[in-house]
Write a protein that binds this ligand. Sequence first.
Ligand code: ATP
Ligand code: MG
Length: 731
Amino acid sequence: MDYLKGLNEPQLEAVTTLEGPLMVLAGAGSGKTRVLTMRIAHLITNLVDPFHILALTFTNKAAKEMKERVAKVVGQSEARNLWMGTFHSVFARILRSEAHYIGFPSNFTIYDSQDSLNVMKKVIKELNIDADQYKAKKVLSRISQYKNNLITVKAYFNNPELLENDERANQKHIGAIYQKYVETCFKNGAMDFDDLLLRTNELLTRFPEVLAKYQDRFRYILVDEYQDTNHSQYLIVKALASKFENICVVGDDAQSIYSFRGANIYNILNFKKDYPDAVTVALEQNYRSTQNIVNAANVVIGKNLQQFKKNVFSENEVGEKIKVYRSLSDADEAAFVASNIWQLHNSEQMNFDDFAILYRTNSQTRAFEDALRKKNIPYRVYGGLSFYQRKEVKDLVAYLRLLVNPNDSEALFRIINLPTRGIGDSTQNKLIVFADAHNIPVSEVLNNLGQFAPNLQLNNGIITKLADFWAMIKAFQVMLKEENAYTVAMEVAKRSGLIKNLKEDQTPEGISRVENIQELMNSMQGFIDEQIQVEDGDPSLSNFLENIALSADTQKDKKDDDSPKVSLMTIHLSKGLEFPVVHLVGLEENLFPSFMSSSTREELEEERRLFYVALTRAEKRAYFSYAISRFQWGKITDAEPSRFLSEVDSEYLELINPAIESRFVNHSGLKSNIFDEAPSETRFFKKKEPKKSLNRDEPQIIPKNLKPVSTAKIINPSGSSSQDIEVGDRV
Ligand code: ATP
Ligand code: MG
């Protein structure tokens, strides 16, 4: 068993303990993911049927990589039958088979965040609620918190505390909006991302026979990045594992960075309480990074009070110090990063995919893209507007969604007049009002136009247009029963007039839109080919649509080739990954730590964990940079170095533009707090409070005034308190 040879002792223990609950709580780069992967291989080698193994990862990409690694050990055919994926993708698949239990069609649509936002905007409008006071994005994130804590609409209205909270925050209509939003999704036969978890919980709690079926199926459950599971995910795993209790979770409380999405650090900290017999394994050796990087990261995370004390060390080379670059502006910072990459690429023959540029918010991307382009350095931006979210792609996808699920009125109204066919807003409104009044889906009205026409108050010309449109959709649906998804999609693109419409625009942007449609078709063909090759593959259109809805967040651009490129991403997206060289940029107060998240100790500690995640992605070299002025929110803003810089002991740092820096440094040497001393010219400017960013990439963190919802009660229903966390050393 060669694959066991490369493991250290505690890793081996974790890999070979096959039965019973097991937790690996360990620092970054210590091999948690590797242990999980090898454990799956070991299970299969020990004759556990892959059919009985469920592995949950944080991203689709991680699942794919893990499967490939397992396949290398046990062979393709064995690995194929593993259930491996994100919570969302695995449970979407289960929900499809069991949808009838909870009143959904098996071809339900999955709304991505953009769809949910559109629906929410419409709901707020239909309820005649002030859209300025109730910002759709904020309301959605509030509702998301409720869903992830299993607070259904009914539970919401039964809980006076929640109602009072929202009233106090001047948001008394949240309940009504929540109700209407849920009703709309249900009527459309659609689930948003949070529903995939909420409805799975509903399924498993209300129907014991379904629970028993999946408990029996998933006899071995493994979860990576367990520290970032939310309450909803926690309950699913707990329910499924409760029969065999063969559950293995790995994680690192110091890397819990998704609390704004409801992640609950107590899930990992209370594992021992849930499973008193659990074996716990600690991994202490970091194999990823140099000693300098590991030690620097340890010092910073050591400043968090809320943490499980851990020992993390590296026996790799000591390595270079972390280089710190102070720049005059954001453009200057980006130019430095690009030249540095260029230089290392040339002088040390490093590939472009050895480099990552990590930042706190997506809005920082542009400056780096510009600088890299100037130097002709190939790069790939992760997590921006995904390919599948482009307008023209979404348009064609909306047609396809409608074929699969005619009740999906979000899709219907996106394309009913696209390309323009004379079915304008007022007609659409009449359809909606009529359908609502009769409590039927709009598709029902269109199915029975002859019968309803006299009451629709539309003229004959419009009725004919509606009839023609619907006849076209019906014809596509019939075709879908006989032809494969690709053929139908091609037909839709042509016959709907979408392609013709796009082709009329001969500007480079217009041409690129047509190419994007072509690319969508290619990706569909690729998907079909892939599905046909696997045993239980499903090449159907509905599976394709599910796939793209769930991969939208991390999917790279479909037009992207696989040649080595510099990776640009937010720190949140970099979790679990590693790169020989990491540039951690924008290390400024109010940017990182973020202005939105530095007012309470808890928020600041989460920002510090983010910093820890970022730094521990680096294998050989890490670069920190910050600018003293930055173009932000439409104007130049002065900036101060991030407090995290001063939290790294100076013995791990080296300033690389001393010519500028020496003027500000205390000449007694590089003290750990050199960054606290504001350079004279920054002191000269009076610090202005930056305005709230409008284009933040992360979902809104619940504003302070909405916060009184007691985290102890909701986020942490198991009733644990911070006393359960060991208090780390304070430096
Ligand atoms: P993170 O907390 O960032 O998710 P992790 O604990 O999951 O990190 P891995 O990604 O599994 O760590 O491992 C980090 C790196 O160390 C990988 O490149 C992995 O191949 C390597 N590694 C892990 N264990 C060993 C080992 N025993 N010998 C050699 N290399 C190892
Ligand atoms: Mg990992």
